[in-house]
Structures are given as structure tokens and as C-alpha cells.
Design a protein around this ligand. Sequence first.
Ligand SMILES: [Zn+2]
Length: 436
Amino acid sequence: MVWPAFPDDVASRMLALQYQFEQSQWWPVEQLQTVQLQQFAQVFRQAVTRSPYYRRLFAAQAAIGIASWADYRELPVSTRREVQHAGTDLHCDNVPAAHGAVGRTESSGSTGSPLVTLGTAWTQFMWHALLLRDHLWHRRNLRGKLVAIRSTKGETRMANWGPATAAFVTGASVVRGLSMDIDEQLHWLVRENPDYLLAHAVNVHALAARSIELGITLPGLKQARTYGEMLRPDTREVVRAAWEVGLADTYSCEELGHLALQCPECDAYHVQAESVILEVLDNDGRPCVPGETGRVVLSSLHNFAMPLLRYENGDYAEVGEPCCCGRGLPVLRRIVGRQRNMLSRPDGVRHWPSFPSQRWLDIAPIVQIQLVQDALNHVAVKFVMPRDLSADESLRLTAALQECLHYPFRMTFERVDAIPRGAGGKYEDFVSKISG
Ligand SMILES: [Zn+2]
């Protein structure tokens, strides 16, 4: 059959899900919340009957069930540490056969201790379906070439874009590990000449900045795609200046898959409400309103092997106003970071610091920088540069960073050969050793 196509079972299911997503994205928020709660009641029942952890944790609510959002908000929150500690007590002893094979995912985590989660063929399928939604939202040309730089090893070449796009004819894709330095990556990218580039946000930023320095262009590139790290405020501009393309960011975590995707019409993120309940809570546990930043608390709606319900993953996000595009999917204006990336000032103020690269590039030819707060009044600055800082540059850099951090921290500088990646191959611009 050449035309029209007759999709196989897997492709048909994928397209049927997209058809539903196409409708549900426009529903008013109340309609989304009604079906979310109905679906949550299903996964809640599975959790309290099949998982020892939730049988104990939700004992008070188990008999009555979850009939309203007030009931939902009564459920205790579990932190990442508590989930790690609970281990196999979170596993359900019976998973419906229709959900397919149970698989394991090991997530890196910023604390260095990995979190092992179980998923099913169904949760994996949902992950792929939301990736396809991202492609469709951004109207990507699936016939183009996709190049990804990931925290894997070696190089894998495929004739297609992988399982998410199995219902379509796609171009080729290449996945390459992070072992190359930025210059090697850049020259490799020039040879590959991709239509789409996917990599960690800090890596894309570094590639774009270096492209500008070397006058390198990627003529085939249509869009840069980022994941896995907080997007710096100036990364979009640097990517545009380097390659004359836009950037699409995604917010995901290894435990629950895609949490929010960038709106195709603006820079805000839409929560993937068909897959997850995402709350943003203030210090008193109340939902944040637009403009406020709080803790991200998540419930997976379809994981019947190891449900994570009211799970605090350690991220903080800012709630956005309803989106101009008209989609009812809840809006996050930005993902601001983790507690370990939060600056503490001696006057009691805490915030996520921002020090755009232009501030330090104006002072010295710094390739990369990392700030480590190791005391309430001290920040250690690690930097990669071909030579040492002059005394004058140190003074100017201190003043610039103090201004960005909104406090006259004492600063010491250390030139290093490289700034190592943390767990999962992620760079962190700012790390606090005192936040807890
Ligand atoms: Zn939107």
C-alpha cells in the first residue's frame, strides 16, 4: 500500500493518542482537571492496594478514596530522598497485563545517589507519544536529519528518528556521546550538517558561543532542542546569533518522562496534563499563583508498576499566566532550578542566581565558569581560560558577579583545566554546598 498509508497496530495506537491530545490541549482547565482526577483515582487504588509504601503512607485516605481535589491535596508529599529510601516498597506486586512488560530506569540525580524506577510498556509509550507531540507542535520536518549529543557512549547511527516517529517516514538520526570537547563537537556537527540538534542546554549554549567565536555556521540547522538542564536566560539569544534559528526546550525527569513542553507559539512551558499532575507549591504547601515560584510536586497518572504520587522531585518552577495560544494545558513560565542551585545570602534572602555569559566575557576570555557557594559569605569561582586572570580582571569580575548575585560576597578564583560534569552528564553553573 502506498497511499493512503495503512498504519500497523503500534502506529495506529500512537496516532489515536495524538488525535486525543489534539483535542484535550484546547480543553478548559476545569475539564482537564475533571478527567485527571478520574484517572488519578485509578492509579491511587492500584497504589494503596499493591504497593506497601503507599498502603502505609495513604492509610488514612485508602478507605474513602479520592473524590475531590481537596482529598488529593490532603495526601502527604514524598521527597526524592524518601522515595529512594523506600526502595522496592514502592513496587506494585501486581501490574495489569495490558500495561505490558515492566522495565527499570536508573536516574542519575544531582546528589550522586541514583534512583531506580519501574515503568511499563505503557509509560514508555506515553513518553514517546509526548515526544511526537513536541515534534508536531513545533512542525518539525521529520524528513530532516536529527543529531543528538547525549550522556551515552560512542556513536549510534539510525535510518530513522526512533520509536516515537514510527508512524512516519523520517530522515536519519545520529546520537553521539559527550566524550568530545566543544571544538571537536562543533567540527563533528559541521560534518554532520544536521537539520535538528538535540543536547543538554549548557552544551548547546557552549556550542553556539564557540560558533560565534570561530565564525562557524550550521547552514542546514532549523532548530536547536534542549533538555536536562535549566536554560540560561541568554541561551536563546546566543543560539539565534550563532545559527539564526530558534530553540525549543523541554522539561522532563527520568522518573516521570516529559513534564512540560515549550509552547510552539511562545517561550512558556505547557504541563503535559494528560500524563502528569504537576503542582507548584509554596513553603506552606499552598498552590502558587502566576508569578510565584515554588516546589514542583508530581503524580504520574499511568504508572501502575511503581506509581510516584505527590512526589517532590527537588525542582522549583515559576507558574505562568494562561497562555496566549489558547491551550488549556497549565503554564510554567520557567523552570528555575534545584535547591542545590539556590544562592543563600547572609541577610536571609535566597534565590536562583543568574550571571549571563556576556557579563564575564566582557571582562576576560573565559571559556567556562562555575560558582560554588561554600559558606554563607563566600563564593569560590572556578573558571576555564587559556591564561590566568590579571589583578584588574579579578577585581572587575568580582564586582560584576557581586552585582549579578545582588550581594557583596567574598570571592576567590581558581583556574581549572575543565569543569567536570555532575551526575548524568549535566553541567551546573552554580552549586550551593550550604543549602539544605
Ligand atoms: Zn501556549
